[in-house]
Design a protein around this ligand. Structure first.
Ligand code: ZN
Length: 234
């Protein structure tokens, strides 16, 4: 029957559109991780998502100060509205900033239009601290093709990571063993979070940061910001 044919064609078209919309960024992400893993030997970027937070972000900043280590922070707009002075501190202490949307929603759940608006809104809410071409990191690593393209057309790098630190999971790895795995693997971008409210998560991120710095330096691996890393992985 005609209506069955039309309906099945429509569903196939929607399925194809969704596959392109969300599948292409996944392929781009895989290619980025592959390139960074292949070319990132000798450098390590410490990255922190989901801040700012007055306690955890400040504790991370104090540790990085003591170690004289650079890092990159991907900030969430609504948290910056709540604690703008922490953003001032990140900048004044010489670290690099990127955006991580305003509301921190999962792109696969809210749809491409809401994701697009939320991703770009962060450049307004964070404009005191980030440049118009600052990098963008999608929450949960998920992006749609329109949002990815819109960022790239504005000259904004879209950054993923090569190794997640598992600091949002229920069980943490041993910091020293994890750091050793990182430097052994050659994966140059570690994802951590600096918004934790629970003391045990905060303690893990701080221990892991220390362990990563120590492991990198003992191997002669240079700690870099993400812009340095992108430059060295071209
Ligand atoms: Zn996040």
């Amino acid at each position: 029957m005609l209506w069955v044919t039309v309906l099945s064609s429509l569903l196939a078209l929607i399925g194809f559109g969704a596959a392109v919309c969300y599948g292409v960024p996944l392929a781009i992400r895989a290619a980025q991780v592959k390139r960074w893993n292949a070319r990132g030997a000798g450098v390590l970027a410490l990255t922190y998502d989901d801040g700012p937070d007055p306690t955890t972000t400040r504790a991370v900043l104090d540790l990085l100060d003591r170690e004289q280590a650079p890092a990159t922070f991907y900030l969430v707009g609504f948290r910056a509205d709540q604690d703008p002075e922490v953003c001032d501190e990140i900048v004044s202490r010489g670290h690099e900033l990127g955006t991580h949307t305003h509301r921190h929603k999962n792109a696969w759940r809210i749809g491409p239009l809401a994701e697009y608006k939320d991703a770009h809104r962060a450049y307004d809410s964070l404009s005191r601290w980030v440049d118009a071409d600052a990098p963008y990191r999608p929450p949960f690593g998920k992006a749609s093709l329109p949002t990815w393209l819109s960022m790239r057309l504005r000259g904004r790098p879209v950054d993923w990571w090569t190794i997640p630190a598992e600091d949002t999971k229920d069980r943490f790895p041993d910091p020293a063993e994890f750091a050793q795995r990182v430097v052994d693997s050659g994966g140059p971008v570690v994802l951590m979070h600096c918004h934790h409210q629970e003391p045990h998560r905060r303690a893990f991120v701080l221990s892991l940061t220390s362990a990563l710095i120590e492991a990198a330096r003992s191997r002669g691996i240079r700690l870099v910001t993400m812009s340095d890393l992108r430059a060295s992985c071209r």
